[in-house]
Design a protein around this ligand. Structure first.
Ligand code: ARG
Length: 401
């Protein structure tokens, strides 16, 4: 068919991406399939995945550690932007896609491939994110999407794989579709497709059930510099270690589970379970510090643009011009977001109990105080209210019966 000679396939080790390997070669005449599996801190053993691709017919099987750029270039900007899609989902899956796409393009260049491929279906958001990101970074590269076109059911896909020597998923296969990385887990499908069915405890792995959390609350302090979390309980941590520690603390107290109906890019509503303990905790703390260190008008504008930032990332427009422009705004606002937030973790909730900033706090005690140190000029309020209320008084005088 001559769609491409040499293809780099984004590889996860699952059935769909495994079947993509023989399918690309046998059905679409691809000569050489090179797989790329990303380590995003998901905790999977990558060596068996690497070997599995070779057994399925890949000519080369590459594994890349992307954890550090994932956290520094994708998670931290999301924290600075308090990014919550539809007010809730902190984009743990969405943030990984532009990074995987970027690396996929780099690998394609390195090996001289004329196309890249992924195993996303036609119903999800991830295909949108991959396709748009690849098109933005490498307009000349073809994107092959076998799973979007082959029209095979799950059973047919497994059978196709078995004919090509790809073993069917072992043991009783989980009914769930799970995506995971260091930021969190997304769980869909199976019994969860009924929006009224409560998520069974077995779907969670990063967070404890509230029933199993410590009875004693735990107070923690998170420090930020220029909007980036830099320390927990006074201990400076590199970005990856900090995310791990935030996951551990929040997860221990059962914080970070979400159960929501979400609006996908392709127009459908889907029922999604997430657990993103650290990211939600850090965003909560970061928002709190902004309330202390940002001017009221900046804060209000930022809250609106944050929604737009989250929409863009969700919708696969990471490399688009609006995202780039919003990043400029976000970064500028973060220069003075320095300080510490204290939270009390207990039985599934994190409650802010204090915030402080040396040098960047806009909270001025002499202005806020009701005590003797009060410096606010109370008499100035009268003139202010005269002008402020003038339109209302004029309107009322005209229309009052
Ligand atoms: N709905 C979430 C999102 O769009 C999670 C997607 C999970 N992806 C997956 N291939 N299972 O970001």
């Amino acid at each position: 068919m001559g769609r491409a000679k040499k293809v780099v396939l984004a590889y996860s080790g699952g059935v769909d991406t495994s079947v993509c390997i023989p399918y690309l070669k046998q059905e679409w005449g691809v000569e050489e399939v090179i797989t790329f599996a990303a380590d995003l801190g998901q905790g999977d053993e990558l060596e068996p995945i690497r070997l599995k691709a070779l057994e399925a017919g890949a000519s080369q099987s590459l594994v890349g550690d992307l954890i550090q750029p994932f956290i520094e270039e994708f998670a931290f900007p999301a924290i600075r932007a308090n990014a919550l899609y539809e007010g809730r989902y902190p984009l743990s899956t969405a943030l990984a896609r532009p990074l995987i796409a970027r690396r996929l393009v780099e690998v394609a260049r390195e090996v001289g491939a004329d196309a890249v491929a992924h195993g996303c279906t036609g119903k999800g958001n991830d295909q949108v994110r991959f396709d748009v990101a690849i098109a933005a970074l490498a307009p000349d590269l073809k994107v092959l999407t076998p799973a979007r076109e082959w029209g095979m059911s799950r059973e047919e896909t497994i059978a196709y794989g078995e004919r090509c020597g790809i073993p069917a998923p072992v043991s009783k296969k989980s009914p769930y579709s799970i995506d995971l990385n260091l930021l969190g887990r997304s769980i869909e499908a199976g019994p969860l497709e009924d929006p009224m069915v409560a998520p069974p405890e077995e779907v969670f792995a990063m967070t404890r059930s509230v029933a199993d959390t410590p009875d004693a609350p735990e107070e923690i302090e998170i420090s930020f510099e220029a909007g980036n979390p830099v320390a927990i309980n006074g201990q400076r941590l590199d970005p990856v270690a900090l995310i791990r520690e935030a996951n551990r603390l929040a997860g221990t107290h059962g914080i970070g589970r979400l159960d929501m109906i979400e609006n996908r890019v392709v127009g459908i509503k889907s029922r999604e379970i997430y657990e993103t303990p650290g990211l939600l905790l850090l965003i909560q703390a970061h928002q709190e510090l902004e309330s202390l260190t940002l001017a009221a008008d900046v804060l209000r504008s930022k809250r609106q643009l944050e929604m737009q930032w989250a929409d863009l990332v969700y919708q696969g427009l990471w490399f688009g011009p609006l995202k780039d422009a919003l990043d400029g705004f976000m970064d500028r606002t973060q220069e003075h977001v320095n300080g510490v937030v204290r939270l009390r973790l207990h039985k599934g909730t994190a409650t802010v109990t204090g915030r402080a900033s040396t040098g960047s706090s806009l909270y001025v005690p002499e202005m806020a105080s009701y005590g003797s140190e009060d410096q606010f000029d109370h008499r100035a309020a009268e003139g202010f209210i005269y002008v402020w209320g003038l339109p209302t008084r004029l309107w009322a005088a005209t229309h009052r019966k």
